[in-house]
Design a protein around this ligand. Sequence first.
Ligand code: NAD
Length: 514
Amino acid sequence: MNDPFGIHLSLKNLGIHSTNLGSSTGLTWLDSGASYFSSDSPADGQLIAQVQGASEDTYEAIISQASVAFEKWRLVPAPHRGEIVREIGNSLREVKADLGKLVSYEMGKSYQEGLGEVQEMIDICDFAVGLSRQLYGLTMHSERPGHRMYEQWHPLGIVGIISAFNFPVAVWSWNAALAWVCGDVCIWKPSEKAPLSGIACQYIVAKIFAKHGFPEGVSNLIIGDYRIGELISHDSRVPLVSATGSTRMGKLVGKAVGERLGRSLLELGGNNAIIITEHADLDMAIRGALFGAVGTAGQRCTTTRRLIIQANVYEEVKSRLATAYSKLVIGNPLDEKNHVGPLIDQDAVKNYLIAIERVKAEGGKAVVEGGVLAGSGFESGCYVKPAIYEAENHFEIVQHETFAPILYLIKYENLQEAIALQNGVPQGLSSAIMTTNMREAEAFLSVAGSDCGIANVNIGTSGAEIGGAFGGEKETGGGRESGSDSWKAYMRRQTNTINYSSQLPLAQGIKFDI
Ligand code: NAD
């Protein structure tokens, strides 16, 4: 068999078969009786494997197994839970090449980015191990004599994780590794567009939990489309739903979870801009913009979608970008000489073409024209040309996130105007300024600066590290996950007051004597 990138060996190493029962409570894989659907690679259009979707009965079986496991898992001391997550991180180190390859082949990002995604999983496991000894609560001074006050953090229960196709494994691990050390159990519904990456992860972690006396229920996987997502978001047995995906999906999930007064952690679409000032180091600015706009074929939530460029350097940036784009090599993401891989599927290609039509209809001018690639190597029909258009920020299409490599150039005169343009979209995920001028950088970071969850100086908009809290404002959903104190979302806080005196004084000096 012709397999130049060794995909079949990687699939075998990861335990992926030609047909897979997609849903699992750990070591047990559940046959839902439902039909199978295909996972095709956008890289070459080939069928990778078949996966069975879950039924409502499967969902119920998973919820009840997870509930049982939680009763026991929450009693394991947090540092011991951390030890288990350490082993998960170590297993991921062993399979990094195979899992990175599967992610690349199933989703279409470059192999380097596939490896990077697995590295992020390893990093968050390491972070979670440390965190398992740092789930700190505060102590307070009581206003009443002989009293002590403090707060402590307890696990929530079942955490539902709904993830998007573009980070098929890392986003799950950001949630799961933290949730596990916090004492929660997880039910993961990966994107129906990248189910095999989820199945591979479940094989890896289930073995480790089993080794430590938890063969079932701490890590659960459920395969399906939005209907399974809806079951999770409406289910009051799932106190926290962490959902990553489009703003459209987030509004539905937020509403369903809100109606039952559950908690949601929403990580939704972005519309990220880089401001390039006249004081920018243009070599850095071009490199940052290029990777930001075309990396992952424009399918990152943090992809650079708008460049807001000072008028004095506008023409130079435009022409240097056009030159850089002309050198991009588009092709199979597993071939490391290629810079840009495919879009996820034909629907994404359609949306890309519609966006190009719209920007032109609204008055946009092509700097680098887009188009769909055909012919040898492009048989999947998912390869498109990264494109650049001059546009206005208020264009309707510019106000939307199109999940494809389309970059809009917008001109500005002064920094205040640039910041207003940068903030002048419904989304608020990532933002950046390219400048060597300290006053400009600080103005961008000030309270009157960027309104995004992420604001960078002399770095592009994509490529976050796990140590920081990740997420965005406005229609990006307001959630924070990964580093810093994001763990608090996965726990419930309890304030405890202990009276060690022989009196019973009331707070606020209230008298109630009889
Ligand atoms: P999508 O919204 O189509 O699907 C995401 C997930 O939500 C899938 O698992 C899907 O099955 C599920 N889903 C869809 N409708 C649902 C519903 N009504 N109820 C419950 N679940 C539902 O998104 P996608 O195309 O997979 O991913 C691309 C989007 O994700 C982009 O908008 C991107 O910006 C966003 N994203 C955001 C972040 C972030 O951290 N902010 C990270 C990655 C991707």
